[in-house]
Design a protein. Sequence first.
Length: 276
Amino acid sequence: MKFPRIDCHTHIVNRDIYGQYLTTDAGENYALVMEFLPYMATDAMPDHSWELCDGNEKLFLCPSIDIHRDIPAQLAVIEEKMRLRPGCRVVGLKIFLSYQTGRADDAQMMPIYDFAKKHGLSVTYHTGLPSYHLPYENDVEGSSVAYVANVARMYPEVNFIVAHMGDPYYDESIQAMHGLANMFTDFCGAFEPGTDVAADEEGTIEKFAHAIDQYPDTWKQVLYGTDFCPPILLFEIHKYDYTIGKIFREEQFRDIYWNNALQAFPKVAEYLKKKG
């Protein structure tokens, strides 16, 4: 069954990657572009997220924050870019925990959440194991969903997305999120070739299902995301449809693919409402 979709997590950071995305089954989707940190981009994978998203009605942008640099200064730059380039449709911010050592509830992070609250933005974190194709510090413990839950309680007006469900701590991640209506998750990037998860796809899907089935209402907090980025071997989009089909009931599909995203990213809902 076909549904309109919002891909809540991609790295469509330049026109070449976007061209590849358009050739997939997900090519008709709306998609959120998670900007890479500057040092993650390479000559082979340049990050032109702002330029790509500007004026593209199918794309929304989530600029990244380097937590090892001056955070208020970065936020000031993003704010000015948002003013000068409203066509980029900024809907959130991206924080690369695990790749960078730090916790969501560190004091230095609070300006990010104040900024998100001010502008109605959502905050997406990388949680769990990092991709081995990108430079990382591997602070998996620091990326724990439990620390994000602390922040979600402090900032109930802001929505927080813990990408990758804290891989491999799926059960613990869902437990930490439980009862917090402003927290959401996904299992994007799960099938990166060369990982243990990709080597045992059915076993991994069973682990996702076990985590989600701990509580009857968890499906309301699960988003559709693909992590699409062929330069780092993230391209097997069909596996996410297969996973959703294995875990969720058909009557829940429209929420997973569309409605939950509108709850998680109010700015997306606002832009789509304006579009009509």
